[in-house]
Structure formats: structure tokens, C-alpha cells
Design a protein around this ligand. Structure first.
Ligand SMILES: [Zn+2]
Length: 247
């Protein structure tokens, strides 16, 4: 599942292969990923140049004239420079190159919005964790009654944290996923925030990807304290945690 680090990689692909290029044609190969009419998408983009790209949580926005293309990668979305097997929408440029939105399972979204900030506000999305400091993070947790994992996943306190990175962050920070968010100590909030940023930065750098997933298995020995890794449903999601060191 594409999470924040993957979407950051897609933003980099987009910057390299689409920004600065003029859109000659938009090919919709499967309109089930469209959040808008095909004609609206085409009219907004054809003849325009992509001038910038930005990521907020798991959303990618790319400016073209006075419109912004919005991509969300759902469960299996991908962005490729070239047409792959599950390409759903292809953006052809006037220099003969293209980028394609790929999505096998069709939970992704291709959309056009007027203003990303309006979209973020209307959706009630919190700030991106890589764009804020610990003071803002602490403010976003204030008054949130739910367990810390549920709050991290909600997208309202901060945007873009999914199941894998929430578990990894709380494991490394030694905080139990069910702990009420508004009852955490200052030191714990600080630790969760700095750990989250490190986990995301590591994943973006590609150093830790894959390794983290293998680390957690029910009944396995915790690599940190020798305790037993447990599996439970927290915030409606399968959660792996160590009951010994995550308090
Ligand atoms: Zn442990």
C-alpha cells in the first residue's frame, strides 16, 4: 500500500518526468479512477504545462495553469515514466514522453482541484508530519481522546500516516498503541514525533523499506527487549506491538 514515503517518491518521479513539460493529450484508459468527468480533466490540463508538484500526506498535487491535478494512490497506485500494464490514465507530453498513473486494484483517484489548500481544509486533513515541528504536533494531539494509534491514523491530527508507519513509530518510541493521545507525557509526545519523522525519512531514503514489515510477527521475540510480539486489532486495524516495552 503506497504510504507517505512512496508518495514522496512519486512526487520526485513527477518532478523529474512531468514538471516543465506541456501536456499534449490525456488518455483515460479506465475512467473508474476518475473523481471528475473525463472532459473536465482534459479541459483543465491539455495545452498546459506542469509547473510544480507538491505532496501533502498521501496526496500528490501538480499545478498546470490555474488548476491542480490531484493523485491519490489508494491500495496499489503507482506512477511511472512510460505506460505499464495497469496504466489507467496517461499524460502525454508534446516532447513525446509521458507519465502514467498505474493502479491494478482501482482504489486510486485522479482528480482536478482549484486549490490544494482548500482541498486539504475541506477534507479536514491535518498538516503533513514532515512540514511541522513538535510544538504543532503537540497542539494537534491536544483534546484528542482516542488511542494514539487511532489518532495517528485518523488523518485529522496529521496527514499521511498509515498502519505500517504508525506501528513502527510506536514500537520504536516504546508507546502502547492504545494509550489515550491526550494523556501522553511531554517526553512521550516528543519521542513519538521525532521517531515518526525518522521512520518516514528512513523509508524515503529507502534504507529501511521491507525490513520493518518482516520484523513484526505474532509470537516472535522482540528484537529490542526480548519480550513477545503480540497481534491485536487497534483502531480497527491489525496491530503488532510488544507488550513488554510499549507502555
Ligand atoms: Zn519489546
Amino acid at each position: 500500500v503506497p504510504e507517505l514515503p512512496e508518495v514522496e517518491a512519486y512526487a520526485q518521479i513527477f518532478a523529474r518526468h512531468a514538471v516543465g513539460r506541456t501536456i499534449a493529450r490525456v488518455r483515460v484508459l479506465d475512467d473508474r479512477v476518475l473523481a471528475i468527468r473525463k472532459s473536465t480533466l482534459t479541459k483543465a490540463l491539455v495545452g498546459k504545462q506542469f509547473t510544480s508538484v507538491r505532496r501533502h500526506g498521501k496526496h500528490l498535487f501538480a499545478q498546470a495553469g490555474d488548476a491542480w491535478l490531484r493523485l491519490h494512490f489508494g491500495m496499489s497506485g503507482d506512477l511511472t515514466a512510460g505506460v505499464e500494464r495497469f496504466a489507467r490514465v496517461v499524460f502525454d507530453f508534446d516532447d513525446g514522453t509521458c507519465v502514467a498513473f498505474d493502479d491494478m486494484r482501482l482504489f486510486g483517484v485522479v482528480d482536478v482541484v482549484r486549490d490544494p489548500d482548500d482541498f486539504i481544509r475541506e477534507r479536514g486533513l491535518g498538516p503533513d508530519p514532515l512540514a511541522i515541528g513538535v510544538r504543532e504536533f503537540r497542539k494537534r494531539l491536544a483534546g484528542k481522546r482516542g488511542g494514539i494509534k487511532a489518532v495517528l491514523l485518523s488523518q485529522e491530527a496529521i496527514a499521511g500516516v498509515g498502519n505500517l508507519y504508525a506501528d513502527e513509530t510506536l514500537f520504536r518510541a516504546g508507546v502502547h498503541p492504545s494509550r489515550p493521545a491526550d494523556k501522553l507525557t511531554d517526553a512521550e509526545v516528543k519521542s513519538i514525533f521525532s521517531t515518526l519523522r525518522r521512520v518516514l525519512a528512513d523509508a524515503i531514503a529507502g534504507r529501511r523499506r521491507g525490513v520493518m514489515v518482516e520484523e513484526r510477527e505474532e509470537g516472535a521475540r522482540c528484537g529490542r527487549c526480548g519480550g513477545t510480539v503480540r497481534r491485536a486489532v487497534v483502531a480497527g486495524r491489525t496491530t503488532y506491538f510488544c507488550a513488554s516495552h510499549q507502555k
